[in-house]
Write a protein that binds this ligand. Structure first.
Ligand code: SF4
Ligand code: SF4
Length: 323
């Protein structure tokens, strides 16, 4: 599978299948969007619901985001068609399942139509804190081990998309949900221009440009994927392998994203974080930090990234070097 690149052009080609037209003629179209708190699940469903409504469909949307914190499940059902009676999608009746997190996607697979359902899933892994049984860097985690190839074998049509990495490369990790909207858009009849217009209403004004790029990237990726030679393991290739010791731990903090919630400060097992005078998190005692990544996993605002930088072997071998 070829590595996607950023592009600013839109695809105006045919949808994967004219599903929305079918909905207009007969049954409601059922789109299930799932992820965890902070990923923008609700924004995806609102953009879709708004667009469908603007095209004259009856729309019903229901969502659960009471646990909308990092690690908490968030899902939204969007149903649209000439007549929609119920706001929820029964098991086995989703036409499209869009997952913003890998394990959440797998968890919701039973809702997908067995014969025709389309599965679009970010390969992003957000490991819940209870899966971090061992705080050592590189320690095994309790997390789904299924590969995209294994999952694809069990769905009618499946796409494992590296949306978070694509959004990162565009300069805004938070636009990953819009990369997925771009992918989703190819399965529905609405035009790219209509999608872009709808999106512009749901993202902050200053991020419209990057979000439109993210949308086009997702659309283009699906187009490439449909013609690419099958290379089933490629989508997971970006997930960094556990760093082998010796390593240096480096925290990357994005002050603009820190909302001073104090979660990381309270839950850091080594108590090495604090809020500074501006109430922005900072690493107060770097020598105590083990690189366990709990702060990164728990921060609801993506404000912390933990990097385990390998130390050159010759440096590691020096007397007194960190082992
Ligand atoms: S870094 Fe994240 S978890 Fe920590 S205080 Fe800021 S917003 Fe809260
Ligand atoms: S600062 Fe983060 S990575 Fe370091 S010990 Fe605390 S929770 Fe773990």
């Amino acid at each position: 599978m070829s590595r996607p690149t950023a592009s600013t052009s839109s695809i105006e080609g045919e949808p994967l299948r004219p599903t929305a037209s079918a909905a207009k003629a007969r049954e409601p179209m059922n789109v299930l969007i799932v992820g965890v708190g902070g990923q923008g699940v609700i924004m995806v469903s609102k953009a879709l619901a708004s667009l469908a409504q603007s095209k004259g469909y009856q729309v019903k949307q229901s969502e659960v985001h009471g646990m909308a914190k990092r690690g908490g499940t968030v899902f939204s059902h969007v149903r649209f068609g000439p007549q929609v009676w119920s706001p929820t999608i029964p098991k086995g009746e989703a036409d499209i399942l869009v997952a913003l997190e890998w394990a959440e996607g797998l968890r919701w697979l039973p809702f997908l139509k067995a014969e025709t359902g389309i599965f679009i899933c970010d390969t992003k892994r957000i490991v819940p804190p209870f899966a971090c049984l061992n705080r050592r860097p590189g320690a095994p985690l309790r997390y789904s081990r299924e590969t995209p190839a294994e999952v694809r074998a069990h769905v009618a049509e499946g796409y494992a998309i590296d949306a978070t990495r694509m959004a990162e490369e565009l300069g805004n990790e938070r636009a990953a949900n819009v990369v997925l909207i771009g992918a989703l858009s190819t399965a529905l009849e609405f035009s790219a221009a209509d999608w872009e217009q709808a999106l512009a209403q749901f993202v902050p004004k200053k991020t419209i440009a990057v979000n439109l790029d993210a949308f086009r990237l997702g659309r283009n990726w699906i187009e490439e994927e449909r013609t690419a030679v099958d290379d089933a393991e490629a989508p997971l290739a970006h997930i960094p392998a556990p760093a082998a010791a010796p390593y240096n731990v480096r925290l990357e903090i994005t002050p603009a994203w820190c909302k001073s919630c104090d979660i990381c400060v309270k839950l850091c097992p080594e108590r090495c974080l604090r809020l500074n005078q501006e109430r922005i998190v900072e690493l107060a005692q770097p020598e105590k930090c083990t690189g366990c990544r709990l702060c990164e996993l728990l921060c609801p605002d993506f404000a912390i990234r933990v990097h385990l930088d390998a130390v050159a072997k010759e440096v590691a071998a020096m007397p007194g070097a960190k082992a």
